[in-house]
Write a protein that binds this ligand. Structure first.
Ligand code: SAH
Length: 358
């Protein structure tokens, strides 16, 4: 398969131009044509002379993932079931939101087709088999969703991108970093670093690498306050237990005035006690965080349940009493199985796909 131009930064395209004996600015024009002007075909890149377009077309591709299905939620969110050329399937979710009078339209992208982590509360994790997505397939998710949103008018623009879809971003480190660089490239899409969030279940060694590579926003799926519970609901904790994860956060090169987002899925009778709520601030003492409490979204592959609303409120109150910034996230797109932990269906990963376990 020809390499994809959706996986190259502006600087890389400039180098490519030079390799092709062209002036460097031709690379910048190419990048702008794809990402700023949204040209889908080489023939549409009218800033480039025809022979250059032909040369590029013979060596590179510009293909985007195919939209297999699109589901619209009553709350305005949209789930896209996408397919790569080899049949690998993955999903992206658009979440328009008005919070504190400000509009935030978030796109949740997948980093893998399926997931290897096996977290007890997550549907995607039950799919097991997967392959890593290529940077072009991650960037491609944004490109196809942007195109689809055009029909909704100028208000519907993706303002934030979160790597919270299918898969564990830090088990696909190089492609995730490359795709984030492309999203943040000022000559194209130009997302500010704080508008791009990488979420991880805690691949500790890669966390330090992420901090060195990119100033993006970081979210940690913590979900428990003891190793006994975390081992049980997130098998990755057996490899990198809480103390090593928290230590990595302490040493992370957090950009000025930035906080980690701590995600905490509330599970009835598992991690939702007042003792948990008291342990959490102690565990994270001295680390700048904001906590997102996510009452479990139900799905067919878990017997775990969401706590009663009163316990969710009590948990939040206890965190606030300890001075933590804690909000309860309202689930979005539950009616179309687009909410956190609901992505994927049994047929998502084609038979025979590589089984890449992290
Ligand atoms: N693997 C990465 C990226 C996925 S983010 C990570 O774990 O961070 C998906 C988020 O949804 C995680 O914070 C996870 O804790 C949360 N989640 C998973 N299943 C859920 C469910 N059933 N209900 C609510 N949140 C869930």
């Amino acid at each position: 398969m020809a390499p994809s131009l959706l996986a190259m930064t502006c600087a890389e395209m400039e180098r490519l131009a030079v390799e092709l004996d062209l002036p460097g600015y031709r690379g910048r024009q190419l990048f702008a044509a794809i990402f700023a002007k949204n040209r889908r075909q080489f023939a549409e890149m009218t800033t480039l002379p025809r022979p250059i377009r032909d040369q590029l077309a013979s060596r590179f591709e510009l293909d985007r993932p195919t939209v297999e299905a699109r589901q619209l939620s009553a709350d305005g969110s949209r789930k896209y079931r996408l397919q790569a050329k080899d049949g690998a399937r993955f999903e992206a979710v658009y979440l328009p939101e008005v919070a504190a009078g400000r509009k935030t339209n978030t796109l949740c992208v997948s980093s893998q087709s399926g997931c290897s982590l096996g977290c007890a509360f997550c549907f995607t994790a039950s799919l097991k088999r997967h392959r890593n997505l290529h940077a072009s397939e991650i960037v491609g998710q944004l490109m196809v969703v942007r195109d689809d949103l055009e029909a909704l008018g100028p208000e519907a623009q993706v303002s934030n991108v979160v790597f919270m879809g299918m898969g564990e971003p830090l088990l696909n480190f190089a492609e995730v970093v490359q795709s984030a660089r492309i999203l943040m490239d000022g000559s194209g899409l130009g997302y500010a670093p704080r508008r791009v969030t990488v979420s991880t279940a805690g691949v500790v060694p890669r966390l330090a690498d992420l901090g060195r590579a990119l100033p993006v926003q970081v979210a940690i799926s913590l979900n428990a306050t003891t190793d006994a519970v975390r081992d049980r609901i997130m098998p990755i904790n057996r490899k990198w237990p809480l103390a090593t994860l928290i230590d990595a956060l302490r040493h992370y090169p957090l950009p000025h005035r930035r906080r980690f987002t701590i995600e905490y899925v509330l599970l009835d009778g598992v991690n939702d006690s007042l003792d948990d709520a008291r342990r959490l601030p102690k565990l994270l003492a001295g680390i700048p965080v904001k906590v997102n409490l996510l009452p479990l979204n139900a799905h067919p592959r878990t017997s775990l349940a969401s706590p009663p609303a009163a316990r969710v409120a009590a948990f939040q109150t206890e965190l606030r009493r300890a001075g933590m910034n804690a909000i309860v996230r309202t689930a979005r797109g539950r009616d179309i199985a687009a909410a956190c932990g609901q992505l994927g269906d049994e047929a998502l990963t084609p038979a025979g796909a590589a089984d890449v376990r992290g």
